[in-house]
Design a protein around this ligand. Sequence first.
Ligand code: ADP
Ligand code: MG
Length: 928
Amino acid sequence: MSGRPFSSFYTTRLVGEIFMPPTRAVGDPSTDNQHKGRNGFPRGPNLRNSSSFKSKLPPSSAVRRSSPGALGAGADAVSGRVRVAVRLRPQNAEELEADADFADCVELQPELKRLKLRKNNWDSDTYEFDEVLTEYASQKRVYEVVAKPVVESVLEGYNGTVMAYGQTGTGKTYTLGRLGDEDTSARGIMVRSLEDIFSNISQETDTVTVSYLQLYMETIQDLLNPANDNISIVEDQKTGDVSLPGATVVEIRDQQSFVELLRIGEAHRFAANTKLNTESSRSHAFLMVQVRRSVLGRENDFTSEHDVSSNGVNNFKPPIIRKGKLVVVDLAGSERIHKSGSEGHMLEEAKSINLSLSALGKCINALAENSAHVPVRDSKLTRLLKDSFGGTSRTSLVITIGPSPRHRAETASTILFGQRAMKVENMLKIKEEFDYKSLSKRLEIQIEKLTAENERLQKACEDEVERIKLEAQKQISEAERDCAEALKEEKMKCQMDYMESIKQLEEKWMLNQTKHASNGFIGTSHAAEGGMPSGNDEVSELKKLLQNEVQQRKAAELEIKNLKDCLLKSMKPELAGGNADIFNLQKMLEEESQQRKKLEEEVIVLRHQLSQLTLEASQTTSCPDRSRTGNGFVGLDSVSSLRHLQFKDASDGERPSISNLHEKVGLHKILSLLESDDPNVRIHAVKVVANLAAEEANQEKIVEAGGLSSLLMLLRSYEDETIRRIAAGAVANLAMNEFNQELIMAQGGICLLAMTASDAEDPQTLRMVAGAVANLCGNDKLQTRLRSEGGIKALLGMVRSRHPDVLSQVARGIANFAKCESRAATQAFANLGTKHGRSLLIEDGALPWIVQNANNEASLIRRHVELALCHLAQHEVNAKDLISGGALWELVRISRDCSRDDIRALACRTLTSSPTFVAELRRLRIEV
Ligand code: ADP
Ligand code: MG
């Protein structure tokens, strides 16, 4: 190869024809192992061995997670050697001119990824790199070869570093930082990296933040905020992670804003360097891009869809966050390391630059040689790049060189740096973590959702309950309303029925009234015609019955005779026959004679009955004679009545003293005291008189002495109830006597008694008054007058007091009156053949009360009323009234149940003798 002209070398370099064959076959298994470094990757190139090394870069795909779901610091790491590419800058104008006569110091063999560094005209060293980029390599290609794999790793959650190292003016900034404003094809790695990042992330779930700094003389300045010019490095003691918490972090959403940010950063870098009177090439620039990606949308990486749908566990699995950090470092010119002989400030600066870069070189040397100690802490640059070399980052280094032989030493140094860097192995670790914050937020949202759903359901449930409740209430109220309406209707119906019944009863009552009136009239006219049934009818009927019986008897006798004759006739021819026939005939004869005997007895009974009836009939006819006894029918009762009417005020013990008093003082004197002005005297006097009047022996004397008038006067003139009561009692006692009765009537006593009857309230007063009137009622002569002067009405009026004593006297009075009426009617019919008119009792409206009390619980009242009813019923003229007034039932009852035989017999007789009753009973199919 010696003697080869520079031009042809250049040409050869261009086409890549000149090529040093390797001393060992590439990939020869017998030799490969000797060169393998950690993790089985081949070791870096053997420096100065121009022909025998072969270094193999791990493929991009080799960077992978060691196991699914491995996360963060705990994840298994994979080895990743620092990749180094060399880029040759084209000759610039100056070089074209100055180096025109000299060959380039380097010769590139890109297809072999080799670089030859010319030592002299005949010798050169060959170096192998991961990529060899000629002066013709486009920016796009440089990006794809150097940075793209790193960017891809960053997107997957690894840290990544792209760094340019080289002499000033060799194109570090050109490679990394060109914005490509005029020519987009000129865009550098920074711009292209962000373009790639933006096209691969989700704007919804992922974020990209950027910081831009420069390190100058061990000071970190914020290029996004120049005032912030002393940012300190913070190291996490646990993880060893390095961060710059003081740096401005800007979240960027699109490419344009990033380019703007870079522009601002560059402007600040330029301004800062101008201010410090330095060059940009003397500072290290750091672009830090943090990509935070959520793998929520890529669940399939971790769980199958089946898992998701089956149990929803996925809902509680925190989303995974992948945090990849891309650091792009534009280092200061490496030439300063060797040209540190500057003076003053420049010297300091050179020292500082030297410090950082030489520290970096030392670290890389240490790492390349697997040295136990890596002096990371010697400078800020090495501290900042701790993760990029020997750390967890995927690192790509581009070393830039110029072609000029004048800078051969710098170029050689750069190449050596790159060669050493290629030996550095990093342990790539994915930066993944569970996003508990996001999970918590998601769960919170889920809880909120569920709470809302729960509330909604609860509300729906409550609404439903409320609706059912309302429905039920509605139904209840409807039922209640229906019920109320039904009740109302029922009530109305009942009222209507009730009204209807009342109306019917009223109509009936009216009809009865009319009937009464007409019956009364008819009765009167009947009475006038004399059509009343009498005892004689009964007798004649009985006679008829008797005649029938006699006839029947005669017929029986005749039959017996006939039978005897037959017997005799039949016996004659059969006499000689047997005795059996004779015996039979004798038996028949005996039976016949017994029959006859029975019939005879019956005839005797009937005869007896006939005679009895005849006797009664004759007694009835002679009744007026009996009325002379005055108290007549009162009979048995009069004694008890008298006793009743004695005053309880005067005890039995007092009576002798009273009679004594009367004997001593004289009756006249006592009677005169009745008119005394002193009310006490009057009361005592009237008591004395009343007690005297209770004794039958005194009654005549009292009347003779004018006592009756005085007593009546007391009834008339005093409103004092006691005096009236005692006076009425006395009058009642006096009224036991027939003569006195007439006197009382003559003196207008009945009017006074009626007046007292209507005024008085005290039952005892009413009892006395009723007793007096009842006594008067027993007088046959006083009937008409008694009635016309209101006696009957007075009696009936007193029934308002329901006191049994009063009612008993009223009943006695009515019974007395009915008895007298009955007697008078019978007598009138017997004497004159005329019929008596309708009962005055019925006329005065006593019948309803009589019917009502015919079966009164009190036996005394009941007996009086029963008698009264029987008397009224004895006259046909009253029959219709009695039937319409409901008395027929009472008569039937009396005829059956009355405990007194005489009354029961009377009722029976009455019912069977009255044609009206008989007809009615027949109609009603009632048998008496
Ligand atoms: P450094 O940052 O290493 O000091 P620069 O990037 O500033 O160097 O480059 C110095 C000069 O070289 C610039 O004018 C730049 O445009 C030019 N240059 C560098 N690399 C290339 C390249 N590959 N192609 C064309 N021009 C380049
Ligand atoms: Mg630069």
